[in-house]
Design a protein around this ligand. Sequence first.
Ligand code: PEP
Length: 253
Amino acid sequence: MRKHIVAGNWKMNCTFSEADDLINAIMEQLEQKELPRDTQLIVCPPFPYLEMTTDYANDSYFMVGAQNVSDQEKGAYTGEVSAAMLESMEIDYCIVGHSERRAYYGETNATVAAKVNQLLQHGIKPIVCVGEVLEEREAGKQFEVVKKQVEQGLFHLSADQLREVVIAYEPVWAIGTGKTATPDQAQEIHAHIRSLLATKYGKEIANDISILYGGSCKPSNAKELFACPDIDGGLIGGASLKADDFMAIAMAF
Ligand code: PEP
């Protein structure tokens, strides 16, 4: 059965000491509270704090993810970070195709597919983000947009490779805006994604893939969202920067 996952995307936030404080605050909470069964907590800090985070994670109950990876293997790509580097630091997960990367750094579905390949070759689980922008939702195109992102980003994978992937549905109009998709709006897209996976890979595999919701998820709405049958957790931005809120979301199953 698929895992419940709550992943914190810190984005470009925190100085070194703030990052240290935040991880310690999360660890303190983990010492006091037991996570619901089958719930995996993932912390995705900025690159410079990955080493510190993996050091702490060794003594605790969370896994570590990066926020980005290069689509190239190695070489003259100044400023890039490769999947081989992440593997050598024992990073477990990596976010790919976040809407901010698509919007500000020109990431396309083809880039997403190449990054997914890099990660899988190096044993890192991709968290692949998909989701429509406001104009697409207003035009009723959300199903079509998400279908294209899933097909072009993932459908070149074998069934065994797909089993390593986590998908995050993040309606762009809900990210960092305080506007959350209603549980019904989120559930219908999650069910749509699962049915796309079932058509291509079969029902059994589709049922094993964790599909997370992201977009202004917070302690006050997490329970309702996570109660939906096809929502297997959350990718959490703003609320992951407060240990209390992040942990409250993780306890919402
Ligand atoms: C995100 O960036 O992945 C995200 C979901 O952000 P927020 O929770 O702040 O909307």
